[in-house]
Design a protein around this ligand. Structure first.
Ligand code: ZN
Length: 293
């Protein structure tokens, strides 16, 4: 069984872990036809069909897909006793493949509309902050261009997507606390204790955002052990994710320009003008007639 696909959800759909939401949907349709028990006479067809449906249910929802993508990190190891089955793998950015001290699972949204149709596609994965910036820009650019033109959801989804992307995407706290705890443990395993401490502190901060009754709350206990093992540190990571500063300012800037444009347009409309009837004709006396050449 693939560690990164513990339940075989990607395998049954026949897609890679990096498949887009559209690819997953298309694969589901194709596979559902192939595996439907009415058509498929194989003995395990109905079990396969159930697995396929379960896979689609989990992977078509961006948040549950995020949990599934990182589930392996929860069970992989015990940071203190080192009870671990294989050599630790670091978490790398799913886009550029680089090792980052602050990888985050982020979900961005791109909206496309046409008349009555509006489609919101998630763009998700584990990213370093530089790649997250690029993903945020791209998803927002698509949305700025194509998102608005649907009724009634176009403008609503577009505004939501642009603001979400601008703030660095949707980043489930439980998933990210788990991710950071795992990365801290990885740094312990390779003997980079200073970095491990700093990342563990970062993870502890993320874990504080997880509601204590949720599934991700167990990370807190793991972290306490981890921090006891590494010792608390005054080294703090500079938060490279804070508002993903550049996308935030560029996009906030665009919104401000549009808002200013609307406001100026509004201000320049004379309020005293009578609401009905033809406009009073005002001849422009200073204008000289243009000669046609
Ligand atoms: Zn990257």
């Amino acid at each position: 069984m693939n560690r990164r696909d513990p339940e075989g959800y990607y395998a049954i759909l026949g897609v890679s872990q990096h498949a887009t939401a559209t690819e997953i949907k298309a694969a589901y349709r194709t596979r559902a036809k192939e595996l439907h028990p009415d058509r498929n006479q194989a003995q395990d067809a109905s079990a396969q069909f159930r697995l396929l449906n379960k896979a689609y249910e989990v992977l078509s929802d961006p948040t549950s897909r995020a949990s599934y993508d990182t589930i392996v990190l929860e069970t992989a190891n015990d940071p203190v006793t080192g009870a671990h089955h294989s050599k630790p793998e670091s978490i790398v950015c799913s886009s550029c493949g680089k090792l980052s001290a602050q990888p985050r699972y982020a979900i961005f949204f791109a909206v496309k509309s046409f008349l009555l149709l509006t489609r919101r596609s998630p763009v998700q994965g584990i990213f370093c902050s530089a790649c997250a910036e690029k993903k945020a820009y791209r998803a927002s650019a698509v949305t700025w261009l194509l998102g608005w033109w649907g009724f009634p959801w176009g403008p609503i989804y577009s505004a939501h997507a642009i603001i979400t992307n601008m703030l660095g995407g949707k980043r489930p706290a439980d998933v990210n606390a788990r991710l950071a705890a795992y990365q801290a443990w990885y740094f312990v395993a390779v003997g980079k204790m200073n970095l491990a401490q700093a990342v563990a502190m970062d993870a502890a901060e993320l874990a504080r955002l997880v509601p204590s009754n949720s599934a991700g709350a167990e990370v807190g206990g793991t972290l306490d052990q981890l921090l006891r093992a590494t010792g608390a540190s005054t080294n703090r990571l500079k938060n490279s994710w804070r508002l993903l500063s550049r996308p935030f300012y560029v996009q906030a800037g665009s919104i401000a320009v549009i808002a200013l444009g609307i406001w100026l347009g509004y201000e320049n409309t004379p309020a005293s003008q009578p609401p009905r009837g033809p406009k009073t004709y005002v001849g422009n006396l200073s204008a000289t007639p243009r000669l046609q050449t």
